[in-house]
Design a protein around this ligand. Structure first.
Ligand SMILES: Nc1ncnc2c1ncn2[C@@H]1O[C@H](COP(=O)(O)OP(=O)(O)OP(=O)(O)O)[C@@H](O)[C@H]1O
Length: 252
């Protein structure tokens, strides 16, 4: 729901052996409600960029603006979902997990539970509000994590390989679910993935990054109508196009 302007952003990591480049001179302009996927070989800086947009890392140079306002630190305008299922509190129910952030901010019980129920409905977990994480499958736990990230009604959703640890069938279901959630909420999404088919299925635009140092190589617009059919000729063409870009990347 808000545009994101990533301008000339660079970051170096301090290591015992000296400074190593994380990302260098990254520029990406994202429209409000646009779904962006970031792909690229390991070490090209995808997670670093996402962590900077999230406000968990501060860039050494450049600036990020969300809705025109410069980012400094994390804020409730950005919801974050990572790969790790362990991000849920095991001693809290699905409802308790989704409501947690709202509770910390002093939102009254009735209101926070109403919001949490609504978010759990969005990820099709309305029947599991009282379940604890260890009684939920990996896919369901990630759905709780998405509901929790949406609880503040953030303008932006940041996702770092959220479905990478799931089996292929569950992953397909989750991609469909996320496409539905996005259609309903119209968040601005930045989604990091290694999976080319996933990027073509979800994205309006795919940003291809290249390592040493991590920077943007090119971008590919995915102009296919939704819901997308991964077996259609057009889909497979887009996938090939993206693989070609990535293949060149790996070959260098
Ligand atoms: N905490 C850290 N300390 C030192 N160097 C780091 C750290 N985190 C990342 N790097 C380096 O920064 C570069 C970018 O890493 P980053 O994790 O952002 O890449 P990535 O594209 O997300 O990789 P992957 O796909 O393997 O998750 C790499 O060269 C990496 O080795």
């Amino acid at each position: 729901m808000m545009p994101i302007d990533i301008r000339d952003v660079s970051l170096m990591y301090n290591t015992p052996g000296g400074k190593v480049p994380g990302i260098k001179d990254v520029n990406v302009q994202i429209d409000a409600s646009e779904f962006i996927c970031i792909v690229g070989p390991s070490g090209c800086g995808k997670s670093t960029l996402l962590n900077i947009v999230a406000g968990f890392l501060a860039p050494a140079a450049g600036e990020i603006r969300i809705g025109g306002k410069p980012v400094s630190g994390h804020g409730t305008d950005r919801g974050v979902v990572f790969q790790d299922f362990a991000q849920l509190f095991p001693w809290r129910t699905a409802l308790g997990n989704v409501a947690f952030g709202l509770e910390m901010r002093g939102v009254p019980k009735e209101e926070r539970e109403k919001i949490a129920r609504e978010q759990l409905r969005l990820v099709k977990l309305e029947k599991f509000t009282g379940s604890f994480p260890h009684h939920l499958s990996g896919g369901m736990q990630q759905r709780v994590a998405i509901a929790r990230a949406l609880a503040y009604n953030p303008a932006v959703l940041l996702m770092d390989e959220p479905f990478a640890a799931l089996d292929a069938l569950t992953r397909d279901d989750m991609q469909r679910l996320l496409a539905d959630v996005w259609r309903e909420t119209r968040k601005t999404v930045i989604y990091v993935t290694h999976n080319v088919a996933e990027a073509v299925y979800l994205a309006d635009r795919v940003i291809v990054m290249t390592p040493h140092p991590g920077t943007v190589k090119t971008e590919i617009k995915i102009d296919l109508p939704r819901p997308r059919d991964p077996l259609s000729v057009e889909f497979l063409e887009c996938q090939k196009d993206l693989l070609r870009q990535l293949g060149q990347e790996v070959a260098h």
